[in-house]
Design a protein. Structure first.
Length: 364
């Protein structure tokens, strides 16, 4: 009986040993799988991230895709999402190409690459960059960036404000100053970009800047251009105030506005369409930035152009790029639907090419 009891204990001990060994093997396997070499884990994960970024260039967005959700004029849809940034810009360019192919909008989306367009494009030969100026969309800051890159000043802070727009002193050549062969070469090889914003908000900015505040002391806007618009478009002849936004809208929406534009000369660049300024369907741009998402777009443009290590875009004051729907609605509240529709008809190409929604107050 004693021998039998000893045998029983030995078998229990042996079974316990086998159980411990078995559990040790399972635990060891678990540890091996869970705490694998971090370099090996990283090597497996990294290609997934790289593929997600580099494959962006191969993304094709179908023509029938709907865009309103992606291109809200609020400037917040893509804030801070660096991995998504390249896809955003590819979608913008794809949208542009699709609208350019729309024959129904051809008259609103196409223009000749004339001297007027070439005068709007500034050149940085040193870094092979072309920048098309679209006034009232923060272009002063981009000019400062190019001035530094061209070597006229060593930093943005050193540039006097009165030099930025003095094209004889700021060291920014226009594309129109080159020969036809040189122009073609630069258009084919250089990095090209421009910035847009909600078209109606841009018109409000132009009106305030040139006819209300006039901070650069340009008297011709108030004393020559404003009276010309008032004589032609003011309905209430007893009204003696200066140019009103309603007069401005009626002038811009008139299909026969060009006879006044000729008299006003290049001053009209502050309110003509993006199509007329930059010929986006004729020139293949590398990037189109949006004023509403400039906090993300500016660093992306600098990086895409390969100059992010040389210069930074000036600090953007908080909230300055946000689309102000209330302001836009307030300015258009006293204007007839007929005049607003005529205005939209002229700028429809800008709305469609760059993904901006038709204003709600025009739909109601």
């Amino acid at each position: 009986w004693l021998m039998s009891d000893n045998m029983h204990h030995q078998w229990l001990l042996l079974a316990a040993c086998f159980w411990v060994i078995f559990m040790f093997m399972v635990a060891s396997k678990f540890i091996t799988l869970t705490f694998k070499d971090p370099d090996g884990y990283g090597a497996k994960q990294e290609p997934l991230i790289l593929t997600a970024v580099t494959k962006v260039e191969e993304v094709h967005v179908p023509e029938e895709k709907r865009w309103p959700e992606e291109f809200q004029p609020t400037g917040k849809a893509f804030s801070g999402n660096l991995i998504r940034q390249p896809l955003v810009h590819m979608e913008r360019l794809e949208l542009l190409r699709n609208v350019c192919r729309d024959t129904a909008l051809r008259n609103l989306s196409h223009t000749a690459v004339s001297k007027f367009v070439l005068d709007r494009i500034f050149v940085c030969d040193k870094h092979k960059i072309l920048f098309c100026q679209t006034p009232k969309v923060g272009n002063t800051q981009w000019k400062k960036v190019l001035i530094v890159l061209n070597g006229a000043f060593s930093s943005i802070e050193e540039i006097p404000e009165n030099i930025v727009h003095d094209h004889e002193k700021n060291g920014l050549p226009r594309l129109s100053s080159f020969t036809d062969a040189e122009i073609k070469k630069r258009l084919n090889l250089y990095f090209k970009f421009f910035i847009v914003r909600d078209p109606f908000e841009r018109l409000i900015s132009a009106f305030k800047d040139k006819f209300v505040h006039n901070p650069r002391f340009e008297p011709w806007y108030r004393h020559e251009i404003a009276p010309g618009i008032i004589r032609k478009y003011r309905r209430n002849r007893t009204e003696t105030r200066g140019l009103q936004f309603e007069d401005f809208v009626r002038y811009l929406g008139d299909p026969n506005h060009r006879w006044l534009d000729v008299q006003f000369g290049d001053h009209i660049i502050h309110w003509v369409t993006y199509v007329e300024l930059c010929a986006p369907c004729e020139i293949t741009y590398s990037v189109i930035g949006h004023h509403e998402t400039l906090e993300d777009d500016a660093p992306y443009i600098l990086k895409a152009a390969g100059i992010d290590h040389l210069v930074s875009y000036p600090t953007i004051p908080p909230g300055i790029t946000v689309y102000n729907k209330t302001k836009v609605e307030r300015y258009f509240s006293g204007i007839s639907k007929r005049d607003i529709r005529r205005l939209y008809a002229r700028f429809e190409g800008d709305f469609k090419l760059f993904g901006y929604r038709e204003p709600d107050f025009l739909l109601n």
